[in-house]
Ligand binder design. Structure first.
Ligand code: BDR
Ligand code: CA
Length: 310
């Protein structure tokens, strides 16, 4: 099994990603660290506990991390995710408490406690917790096995500003630290996630499972879809964050390139843009496996099979 820490701001698509991880015996979730992003920290920590309670996994340790980006003011996305961050279905109150430790301390201590190269970080939100841990404890950086994250865009440009994707836009300074850290990095940008579209048939298949988890996934993707139909005119909403977990389970579903990716932190106009050298027009060294394509049918087959286990 692969040991992972999920760093997240749930978020309906974060929720599906967490459920996919919990349903997969190949992965051991060492803990979930929450960050402010889609909604403020008080709600992302509440939502993470509701999701694990729904999955019957009250044994999972959940931590509150940073409540705001490293330098900039917090930008949230209730217009996408609803007031709760997890609109679309009413979930029971969580049956688990938050851990007392800070999420950043948990990341640092976990990486120090495990042999080097055995813990993978899976950021699904702004990179504040990860970057703060790296800045505070530089010794942990070389102990990270790999970072597989959702963030950025190249051909699909921005979903939050014309130039920037939400997770990177919210905390560009943190993203700069993470992309510059020298850790093996796999990036799931909008170019990939906008191919992981929920269709009506896919939503109904989740509902037809007849389980509380199936109902929840259908309710969330339905809610999310209404927004994305209006915005992109596409059939179905992109399931961004589950791409990260799917990559850990079935990397062959994805195609990408080892390229250089730099983060814009100066210009207000393009703040948080992932400047991805897809065509290799600079001699800057590659720092990321930046994905560009996805086998959507294979992705949904995997997701449905796993969600049905819960
Ligand atoms: C990312 O932003 C959030 O709204 C989603 O949860 C995802 O992590 C997509 O840009
Ligand atoms: Ca997210």
């Amino acid at each position: 099994t692969r040991k992972i820490i999920i760093d997240t701001d749930p978020g309906q698509d974060d929720a599906v990603a967490i459920l996919l991880a919990l349903a997969s015996p190949e992965l051991e979730v060492l803990g979930i660290t929450c960050v402010a992003g889609n909604v403020p920290l008080a709600l992302t920590t509440l939502n993470a506990r509701k999701i694990c309670t729904l999955a019957g996994r009250t044994d999972i340790r959940i931590f509150a991390g940073c409540d705001r980006p490293m330098e900039r003011a917090l930008v949230t996305a209730e217009y996408v995710h609803g007031k709760s961050g997890l609109d679309g279905i009413e979930l029971p109150e969580p049956e688990m408490a938050l851990q007392k430790a800070h999420g950043v301390d948990f990341i640092i201590e976990t990486l120090r406690a495990h042999p080097p190269g055995t813990v993978t970080l899976c950021p699904l939100g702004p990179l504040t917790n990860i970057a703060t841990a790296f800045a505070r404890a530089p010794d942990i950086v070389e102990r990270v096995a790999e970072i597989v994250l959702m963030g950025g865009a190249y051909f699909e440009v921005g979903n939050t500003t014309p130039a920037a994707e939400f997770n990177i836009h919210v905390d560009p300074q943190a993203a700069k630290i993470v992309f510059g850290a020298g850790v093996p990095l796999v990036v799931m940008p909008l170019d990939v996630t906008h191919k992981a579209l929920t269709s009506r048939a896919r939503v109904e298949a989740f509902r037809a499972l007849g389980t509380p988890v199936g109902q929840a996934v259908a309710g969330w993707t339905d809610f999310f879809e209404r927004f994305d139909m209006a915005k992109y005119g596409s059939e179905g909403a992109p399931l961004h964050d589950p791409c990260v977990i799917a990559y850990l389970l079935a990397p062959d579903l994805f195609r990408g390139r080892h390229i250089n990716v730099e983060i814009e932190t100066v210009s207000e106009l393009t703040m948080g843009m992932t400047v991805a050298d897809w065509w290799g027009v600079t001699d800057r060294p590659a720092n990321a496996l930046f994905m560009g394509d996805l086998d959507a049918a294979g992705f949904f087959a995997l997701l449905s099979e796993r969600i049905a286990r819960l």
